[in-house]
Ligand binder design. Structure first.
Ligand SMILES: [Zn+2]
Ligand SMILES: [Zn+2]
Length: 96
């Protein structure tokens, strides 16, 4: 039997505003958040989460994510268009 159907995880569009893993730049960072138990209503409250409550499934580390823009300023862009912040997408006159 080959009914190994996993739920489709939505793809995150690269954006400078995204929070990404400070180590690998993945936007798949997860965090613990407050959700109402009875109806899964999202309460939020992610402003003051300790770093321990973040999780990067790629690196398998607990580390607080940073902004994609910040990540690219530090490490440079990843591929073109950048898979982290989306820069380089489309014809830009971005010469050396
Ligand atoms: Zn990571
Ligand atoms: Zn980038």
């Amino acid at each position: 039997m080959s009914t190994n159907e996993e739920p489709t995880v939505p793809i995150i569009t690269p954006n400078p505003e995204n929070l990404v893993c400070a180590r690998c730049g993945s936007a798949q960072v997860e965090c613990l958040d407050w959700v109402r138990v009875n109806d899964d209503y999202f309460i939020g409250g992610s402003e003051s989460i300790p770093a321990d409550d973040y999780w990067c499934p790629t690196c398998e580390i607990h580390e607080e994510p940073i902004q994609a823009r910040e990540y690219c300023e530090t490490k440079g862009h990843t591929e073109n268009p950048c898979t982290v912040c989306g820069a380089g997408n489309g014809p830009t006159g971005d010469g050396p």
